[in-house]
Design a protein around this ligand. Structure first.
Ligand SMILES: [Zn+2]
Length: 1024
């Protein structure tokens, strides 16, 4: 999927494609409870909320019983109760109905989330029952049977005990095909379903274990081979979201069987599973729809299934709906028939490919579409009716890209249709469901008149999702530890395809910026290897991060740039896709496929493993004596306690150019640095060397004092001696080295002296981003004197560039990028020309009543300036409420959130979490924007702490949304007091988030800020 984070110059500028789907309601789980009882207690049956509110003493009491025993006991107690009198499913339906405060509509009779008092009473009863049971069991001659005694006598087969104890499903049964029938009720926000799963037995077994979450199963039948269908009992493990059927007789290898389950559930009120969404149409009427978001672990919320990526099978889907809606699914519609009670049934063709559960999708809505036939494939773009005029660009772009990929991969897109659908309420950027890609409205809809920057976002996300139709859909990673095989590849392909298909979009700069941000994150000790172990739902969510996406893409670029010509890489991946078509792979399969097609003496597999199996990346230090250049490598780790990783070695394809030839690919020399140090020879007449040509390698270079001086000297006499990418990478690297303590900030300032003659976007935006980061740190520390000096410094060095910007429409993406970064900084520093021009532009926009358009790249700066006055803030909010075009609407929201007014800050945070006036999907953006100002950042941090439970109800623990919220709220702290506060808060969360990697990252970042301040504050004055 596409993680959406299009925040422009401030931070990672990524059209990141990932799924930030909604949330889990379960506490984290483990692969093997027996093996890893330290990470997560094996005590599992409590609902996470119960854990949160339950008095400490009672929990200790329960835990005191002994963990492993308790697991079984609890299972028994639960199942036994369920079996009393009624079918387990009926009761469980009552149990499940959620009464969360966020429910868009809560159904009646819910005891799934009882009140705190009820829970305490329940727990006490539970403890008493368990204790009594144990006592009775140990009494000699216990005569209790199954209902009362879990393991009473030998020979009883414990038929109520859940037969599986692991996070991953057993592999004795494999699904072959699913037949799903779903009847969503959009009036009551519920749905009914029937799922029939045909399976084959791979190994003799007495159980079938699969996933289901929050489904109220009312009937279950089982049919073995040609035998009769019979009713079976379904057991459930709620925490692990698993269900199971046990059999007296073993199912034998190669037998076929069918399990059919009838169930009902509520449409989810978060952003995952089968969820309800709504929007207000142009007549002010509320319209509802239902859509799905299953990646990574939410298909189980819509239908019982083997919800792991390597259980591929086929799907036949039927949707029962009211005639005034339409429905969509992965495949084309086969037929529509009339049912009773005024419903009709859409039956979709059976998938002609084996696919994994997270790619299944269906939508019931009243959308309209435009279509195009592209050599037998029907491509359509769907939207709500009033936004149809914004769909054309997406249709054109998708058609071009589909054509490109069909040729590039030499494997034709395998389905007959491809739908791209804009969903009004959607958290991720987009999701690559096979044949039915879903998008946020901002990532799919764009007007013909819109700015090229808006089009760049849309084209990037489409390119990413289309690449997934091969990488991810056709060939899928075996498990989430190798998510990068999906996401790194789709991210790399999105840039590569757009460079060819839409060169005007200047996608190369976006990719460059993305690589810098990926390194910034990977330089932390809390980072992880590209391919890393994943054992809990939370860890699955956390894989959707910049390492899987951006570092994954960066190392693919590095490899492709290293291989000679442009065909070896391509032939290698065609080989990989062909070999593993419709099946699953691991990282090693990719490297082996590529190795077969390369002429390099290096073993590609060995080389690339050094980049995927260890975290971080290398710092290459250059020292030169006459004609001899010595290169040495070490991990670039910002945190000083790097002893554990100092042995890391990478196989680095080092590239370099020199003053004799520096601009074209022909100038580039390659040297493979495999060991700690290496030596190369250059002519004594060479004045300077620039390593990492065009920054295609994932490493940072330190040139030593003399090396830096030579480069700085060369740039100040002629900017064009290096490519813009090389200039930007010098800026990125020198700031990183200064953060590491390798070069002084004075040296940074020396390099930046050439900036007034800079003409290209990427060096300017990189320098501004780095300086703004420091500016904000100083501002948050209320170092007013230094803030004033920093302001003066930026104005002095970038003043002429700022002044040369015009406010009219511009066509070049790179000019727009540079202009928007410069003017945002200028207006933020209250540069008079800028703020006056922005105010006048806003006035003109308001007065024109919709006839005057603010150029797309200037909207954020204009709305941000306007939002600083009370009156215009209200005007802007009015405009926001009535705006239809989402890209513009989002920039208005950024403006509103940039307010320095405490009341407005409080209001906007509250409203965006509430989700009525401002969609909750925008909450991470609001937090990020609010935190940029002094007025907002402390308030936002408090808000997050107070509302944590509500937040993780909306966004799953570990998800990209949560990662982004934590980072925004904490990354500007630089004092011990704040460090303590952040540490105390997160450790108090326990299973509600204390284990997240983003927490480690936050703490590490604060410590680094603290260190940087301690080292640089005293001398910063003299440097500025
Ligand atoms: Zn993706």
């Amino acid at each position: 999927m596409d993680l959406f984070d299009d925040n422009s110059s401030e931070r990672a500028n990524l059209p990141r494609n990932m799924i930030e789907n909604s949330m889990f309601e379960e506490e984290p789980d483990v692969v093997d409870l027996a093996k890893d009882s330290t990470t997560f207690p094996t005590f599992s049956p409590l609902d996470p909320d119960e854990v949160a509110y339950e008095p400490r003493s009672s929990r200790l009491l329960v835990r005191g019983l002994g963990e492993n025993d308790l697991d079984d006991e609890e299972e028994d107690c639960e199942s036994s109760a369920r079996l009393l009198g009624m079918s387990f499913m009926n009761r469980s339906s009552a149990q499940r109905s959620s009464s969360s405060p966020y429910a868009r509509q809560s159904p009646p009779s819910s005891c799934f989330r009882p009140s705190a008092r009820t829970m305490v009473v329940c727990l006490l009863v539970l403890v008493i029952v368990v204790s009594m049971t144990m006592v009775l069991c140990f009494l000699p001659g216990c005569t209790f049977t199954k209902a009362g005694c879990p393991k009473p006598t030998q020979g009883d087969d414990d038929k109520d005990v859940f037969p599986w104890t692991q996070f991953r499903l057993p592999h004795s049964i494999h699904p072959l095909s699913y037949e799903l029938t779903l009847t969503p009720d959009l009036d009551n926000m519920t749905f009914a379903g029937r799922t029939a799963i045909s399976m084959t037995v791979l190994h003799n077994t007495k159980r079938i274990v699969l996933h289901a979450a929050n489904l109220n199963i009312s009937k279950a039948t089982f049919k073995l081979g040609d035998g009769p269908a019979r009713d079976v009992t379904v057991l459930e493990h709620k925490t692990r979201q698993q269900i199971a059927v046990k059999f007296e007789e073993e199912l034998k290898t190669n037998q076929r069987c069918v399990l059919t389950l009838d169930y009902s559930a509520n449409l989810s009120n978060t952003y995952d599973g089968f969820y309800n969404s709504s929007y207000t149409d142009k007549d002010g009427k509320k319209r509802v729809l239902a859509a799905t978001q299953f990646e990574p672990l939410s298909a189980r919320k819509a239908f019982p299934c083997f919800d792991e990526p390597n259980f591929k099978s086929t799907f036949l889907i039927k949707i029962n709906r009211k005639p005034d809606y339409m429905s969509l699914s992965n495949m084309p519609k086969a037929k529509t028939t009339n049912l009773s009670k005024g419903l009709v049934q859409d039956e979709f063709e059976k998938t002609d490919v084996n696919m994994t559960t997270y790619l299944v999708a269906f939508i019931v809505a009243d959308f309209t579409s435009i279509s195009k036939n592209l050599s037998g494939i029907n491509v359509s773009v769907y939207s709500v009716p009033e936004k149809k005029e914004y769909t054309e660009y997406a249709l054109e772009t998708a058609s071009k890209l589909l054509d490109f990929y069909n040729n590039f991969f030499e494997i034709k897109y395998p389905l007959k249709k491809l739908d791209l659908v804009a969903i009004p309420d959607f958290l991720a950027g987009a999701m690559e469901n096979w044949g039915l890609i879903t998008f946020r409205e901002t990532t799919l809809l764009v007007g013909k008149e819109s700015s090229p920057l808006d089009k760049q976002i849309v084209a990037s996300v489409i390119a990413h999702e289309l690449a997934h139709q091969w990488f991810g859909n056709l060939v899928t990673m075996s498990w989430w530890n190798d998510l990068w095989l999906n996401e790194g590849f789709a991210t790399y392909m999105q840039y590569m395809s757009l460079e060819t298909v839409l060169p005007d979009l200047d996608i190369g700069n976006l990719f460059l910026d993305m690589r810098f941000r990926a390194m910034d994150k990977d330089a932390l000790n809390s980072s992880h290897a590209v391919s890393t172990e994943v054992n809990t739902p939370e860890q699955v969510e956390e894989m959707f991060d910049s390492v899987s996406y951006e570092k994954g893409a960066s190392i693919l670029l590095m490899l492709n740039a290293f291989l000679p010509g442009d065909q070896q890489f391509r032939k290698g991946i065609i080989n990989y896709l062909t070999l593993y078509r419709e099946s699953n792979t691991e990282t090693v399969n990719l490297w082996n496929s590529l190795t077969q097609f390369t002429t390099q003496p290096q073993n590609i597999s060995k080389m690339m493993s050094s980049w995927t199996s260890q975290k971080g990346f290398p710092l290459v230090t250059v020292s030169r004596k006459g004609d001899q250049v010595t290169l040495s490598q070490e991990p670039f780790l910002l945190t000083s306690d790097n002893t554990a990783h100092s042995s890391s070695l990478w196989n680095i394809p080092v590239t370099y150019v020199s003053d004799s030839c520096s601009l074209t690919l022909e100038c580039r020399q390659v040297f493979t640095l495999e060991s700690k140090t290496g030596t190369l020879n250059v002519s004594e007449s060479v004045k300077w060397l620039k390593f990492n040509y065009r920054s295609t390698g994932f490493y940072i270079v330190d040139y030593g004092e003399k090396g830096w001086e030579a480069l700085i000297g060369a740039l100040s006499s002629n900017v064009s001696v290096l490519t813009p990418e090389d200039r930007a990478s010098l800026i990125h690297d020198i700031f990183a080295l200064s953060r590491l303590g390798r070069v002084s900030f004075h040296q940074v300032i020396n390099l930046l002296q050439y900036m007034s003659s800079e003409t290209e976007a990427s060096p300017v935006t990189e320098a501004l981003l780095q300086l703004n980061n420091i500016y904000r740190l100083l501002d948050k520390r209320q170092e007013f004197n230094l803030v004033a000096r920093m302001t003066a410094y930026i104005k002095r060095n970038f003043g002429s560039l700022m002044k040369s910007q015009t406010w009219e429409e511009k066509q070049s993406v790179s000019e727009q990028k540079m202009r928007s970064a410069l003017l945002l900084t200028a207006c933020n520093l209250k540069e008079d020309n800028c703020t006056q021009q922005a105010k006048a532009t806003f006035r003109q926009y308001v007065d024109s009543n919709g006839t005057f358009r603010i150029p797309g790249d200037l909207q954020t700066v204009v709305f941000t300036v306007a939002a600083q006055s009370d009156e215009d803030w209200s005007t802007l909010f009015g405009l926001y409420t009535n705006a239809i075009y989402d890209a513009e609407k989002r920039k208005m929201l950024q403006g509103l959130a940039s307010t320095r007014d405490a009341h407005h800050v409080a209001w906007i945070l509250k409203e965006s979490l509430k989700g009525k006036l401002i969609q909750t999907q925008e909450f991470p953006l609001i937090i990020r924007t609010v935190c940029q100002n002094f007025a907002g950042y402390l308030f936002a941090w408090d808000f997050i702490q107070v509302n944590w439970d509500r937040l993780i109800e909306k966004f799953p623990l570990g998800s990209y949304a949560i990662q982004s919220i934590i980072k925004s709220a904490t990354s500007q702290f630089s004092t011990q007091a704040h460090l303590d506060q952040v540490q105390t808060f997160f450790s108090s969360l326990k299973e509600r988030g204390s284990q997240m990697r983003s927490v480690q990252e936050a703490l590490e970042t604060i410590r680094l800020n603290q260190r940087w301040m301690d080292e640089n504050l005293p001398t910063l004055k003299q440097w500025l």
